[in-house]
Design a protein around this ligand. Structure first.
Ligand code: SF4
Length: 185
């Protein structure tokens, strides 16, 4: 008997069209319904409350509103969550373990791929015909929100995320100094 594991996508409203298409392909391929976890504020409401294009002026605050806070709500009452992070993705993830306590959300965090390399992932994808985001084959080794994702010229596979900023994580895998007040404009 198989286990039913609830799955979700953190849908910031700013993902690539290819990412939304991948969600539909994964649902069809594996016969699952992936829940879209969305922020309380849509983009228009966020712009009205915090100014336009918050991701350009204060990406930590934007990530908090569109990723960290919705994830915290989605994980309420849950004993554990499973992620796809790997230790070799970046320096910020080098300490990732297969099973660890998630202090930020107060539950177990399971990272089955923690010790996998990029080559391990590629081999598994090929062997099992796993649907992938086509952007991975177009020079984007890591894909997040469209405004904050670029093709890296050098560095680790997450170097194209928030390129040009010191920011390397959105805050769901690494606690950030979150600004709760209106950011300066
Ligand atoms: S990755 Fe960029 S657009 Fe997405 S939530 Fe964070 S700052 Fe906002």
């Amino acid at each position: 008997m198989g286990l039913t594991v609830p799955t979700f996508l953190l849908d910031t409203g700013l993902l690539f069209a290819d990412t939304y298409a991948l969600k539909r392909r994964v649902e069809q391929r594996y016969g699952v319904a992936i829940r879209s976890v969305r922020p309380r504020l849509d983009l228009a409401d966020q712009a009205a409350a915090h100014g336009p294009r918050l991701w350009q002026r204060n990406p930590d605050h934007c990530c908090y509103l569109r990723k960290v806070a919705p994830l915290k709500e989605a994980l309420a009452g849950v004993d554990a969550w499973i992620t796809g992070i790997r230790a070799d993705q970046s320096a910020a993830r080098a300490d990732a373990r297969a099973v660890e306590w998630d202090d930020q959300f107060g539950l177990l965090k399971i990272n089955p791929l923690a010790a996998w390399s990029r080559d391990d992932v590629d081999r598994y994808v090929q062997a099992h015909d796993v649907p992938i985001n086509p952007l991975l084959l177009q020079g984007y080794p890591s894909v997040g929100c469209e405004p904050c994702t670029s093709q890296p010229r050098a560095g680790d596979e997450r170097a194209g995320r928030w390129a040009g900023l010191e920011k390397t994580e959105c805050g769901i895998h690494q606690r950030l100094p979150i600004l709760d007040q209106e950011p300066s404009r």
